[in-house]
Design a protein around this ligand. Structure first.
Ligand SMILES: [Zn+2]
Ligand SMILES: [Zn+2]
Length: 271
């Protein structure tokens, strides 16, 4: 974030203002003026921020990101959803301070090659960000390069764990048209990115391995089981129970951040 905010040109929307966004909030589609949306994203995404300038920077990023991805849910009849898949929208939590800070940046966008920039952000990078191209299959966003982030490295509490019955994982992958072995026994990390994140996974089971991209896996699990489950690609296989591990059969677990210098656990599979 810090790097690209400085690197991109920030200028206001042209006269043809975008007007409203169609935002899916729970089971309703709401026509929301862009600036109301930005304030609601600030309430949803950065209600722990203390710095006014930090919140204003987030307003510009949130607005740019929305304009870049507007219409990604067009097939479902709206522009953006209200979860962290797009940006978390908390209409009821907008405070006068957040509304005022959003208004101080009204219309400001980050631009890249003549379009609103893909100004993505994350809660916590674990100490090093990732190249956009490594996360989103070759995306051209040279302003999102891997770099060290000492601020995130200092933050406590970045660990997370997640596990689910293998059958539930297989069903989630199936919903996104990702095919694994007929019976999933475990997951191995077959390849990591330059910053140490999972790039390619091997789904192991029934005597075979099926390779899929780690981001496809994360999105498939997110769509089916919630985007707060597999929270990033920075993880290791923490624990895998084989057949007989319980009534549900094999369970597959992952944990982050990756242990520095570790590696043996990356290859764990349910055997
Ligand atoms: Zn979405
Ligand atoms: Zn960071």
């Amino acid at each position: 974030m810090r790097g690209f905010l400085a690197a991109l040109v920030c200028s206001s929307l042209a006269a043809a203002a975008p007007g409203t966004l169609k935002v899916r909030v729970k089971s309703a589609t709401i026509d929301m003026p862009l600036e109301q949306y930005v304030a609601a994203v600030l309430a949803g995404e950065c209600n722990t921020f203390r710095s006014d300038e930090g919140i204003k920077a987030m307003a510009v990023a949130a607005r740019s990101y929305a304009m870049n991805l507007r219409g990604r849910h067009a097939a479902e009849g709206y522009d953006l959803c209200a979860t962290t898949h797009c940006q978390r929208v908390a209409l009821d939590a907008v405070t006068p301070r957040l509304a005022s800070l959003a208004a101080q940046t009204v219309g400001d966008l980050l631009w890249f090659e003549g379009k609103p920039a893909f100004a993505c952000y994350s809660r916590r990078c674990g100490g090093s960000t990732e190249d956009a191209a490594a996360v989103w299959g070759g995306m051209r966003a040279p302003f999102l390069r891997s770099h060290a982030d000492p601020y995130c490295a200092r933050q406590p509490g970045g660990e997370w764990h997640w596990s689910a019955p293998a059958a539930e994982i297989a069903a989630a992958l199936g919903k996104s048209q990702l095919r694994g072995p007929p019976e999933l026994d475990g997951i191995a990390i077959a390849q990591r990115t330059g910053s140490g994140r999972a790039r390619v996974l091997a789904l192991v089971g029934t005597g075979e391995q099926v390779r899929i991209s780690a981001s496809s896996f994360r999105f498939a699990i997110g769509r089916a089981l919630g985007f707060n489950t597999v929270r990033s690609d920075q993880w290791s296989v923490a624990r895998v129970g084989g057949h007989g591990a319980g009534a549900d059969g094999a369970r597959v677990g992952v944990a982050a951040p990756r242990r520095r210098g570790g590696g043996a656990e990356d290859d764990a599979t349910g055997a």
